[in-house]
Design a protein around this ligand. Structure first.
Ligand code: SF4
Length: 345
């Protein structure tokens, strides 16, 4: 199996990455000699943002602004409009997306963790009698645990398989909420997947993408979570498709974030709708927000931005909100089964 590694041959070189906030980051930022820095953090790290900004100011000797908008992923770094004076960005909590790098110099700080006992996790897997061939997928925070976990699994009679994804993924075994192509590459060689990380966000996306049983284990707690009930999630999405089937007027949502922009796809979907006698209009936004859709006369929406907006937040929208493959299901151009995850390449 592969360890988390440098950019594979043929991929676009990634922006500088750092495991954690520390001397290595400060030295690299100093060497880049920025005139002004913008710091962006995900929602879970907002509490630490201002202390880190102060440290950056002291260590680098450069003014630092903090982006008030938390980032969802490496897909939405601060735009030029959000931070017009900064010539360097520091983005916390995400690996770069190699084929969607920001125009401004951006240093990604992945916040890698060294928590987790691979042998203890392997014993939990064995005692729970999981299938013998496991595909391993991890959040960026826990990628360093994957190589040792694969070895530990072997010691208890298991096989841990790691796949390398497409140009949107920086590392083997990496989970990205919109792209599980590394896991997809190993689907036929495994009986199930084990996600290493916290929460249900990635296990749900992984289960939709690979159509295999997905267990997860949080290295901080060492507790195995019940497998994702893929069938019930697919049923919910099929109900959303059914609710949009008779929609006459479609809003086609396009995000202007560097790693969420799919204008060519949006134009193609608009054309498909029109060819089926429906009306379709492109709606532009940086961050897709249901409040911006209130009071409009559309019957339903298709989002070409982050696929997880429709899947995870769709029920909170007043009108049906579909992913592009679901939109084609609603038009009758794709069958409801097999369900197709909206992989963002
Ligand atoms: S598009 Fe969505 S899932 Fe993909 S990196 Fe961005 S926020 Fe995450």
């Amino acid at each position: 199996m592969d360890a988390p590694a440098a950019t594979p041959p043929g991929q676009v070189p990634a922006a500088p990455t750092f495991a954690t906030v520390g001397p290595e980051l400060f030295a690299a930022v100093r060497a880049a000699a920025p005139k002004r820095i913008v710091l962006q953090v995900p929602a879970g790290l907002v509490r630490d943002a201002h202390e880190l900004a102060a440290r950056l100011r002291t260590e680098v000797g450069t003014p630092v602004d903090v982006a008030a908008r938390a980032c969802f992923g490496a897909c939405d770094p601060p735009s030029r409009d959000e931070a017009p004076r900064a010539d360097l960005a520091v983005v916390l909590g995400h690996a770069p997306i190699p084929n969607a790098l920001p125009a401004r110099r951006t240093f990604f700080v992945e916040m890698r963790s060294d928590v987790g006992d691979p042998d203890a996790i392997a014993r939990v897997v064995r005692d729970a009698d999981l299938p013998r061939r496991l595909g391993l997928v991890a959040s960026v925070q826990h990628l360093d645990l994957v190589p040792t976990l694969a070895v530990a699994l072997e010691r208890v009679g298991y096989t841990g398989v790691v796949g390398r994804g497409d140009r949107r993924l920086a590392y083997p075994a990496q989970a990205l909420g919109c792209n599980y192509t590394g896991a997809e590459a190993t689907r036929d060689a495994v009986d199930a997947f084990l996600f290493v990380g916290s929460g249900r966000f990635h296990p749900i996306g992984l289960a939709l993408a690979v159509d295999r049983p997905v267990w997860s284990i949080d290295p901080f707690r060492g507790v195995l979570e019940a497998p994702i009930d893929r069938a019930s999630i697919v049923r919910r999405r099929q109900l959303a498709v059914a609710a949009a089937r008779d929609a006459r007027r479609w809003g086609v949502l396009v995000s202007t974030f560097v790693g969420q922009m799919r204008m060519p796809s949006a134009l193609a979907l608009q054309e498909r709708a029109r060819s089926r006698g429906r009306e379709a209009e492109i709606l532009l936004a940086d961050r897709i927000d249901g409040r911006d859709l209130e009071g409009r006369s559309f019957d339903a929406y298709v989002s070409t931005a982050c696929p997880r907006i429709a899947i995870d937040d769709g029920p909170n929208y007043a009108k049906p909100l579909l992913t592009p493959p679901e939109f084609l299901m609603a038009l009758g151009e794709l069958p409801l089964e097999p369900y197709r995850f909206d992989t963002f390449h």
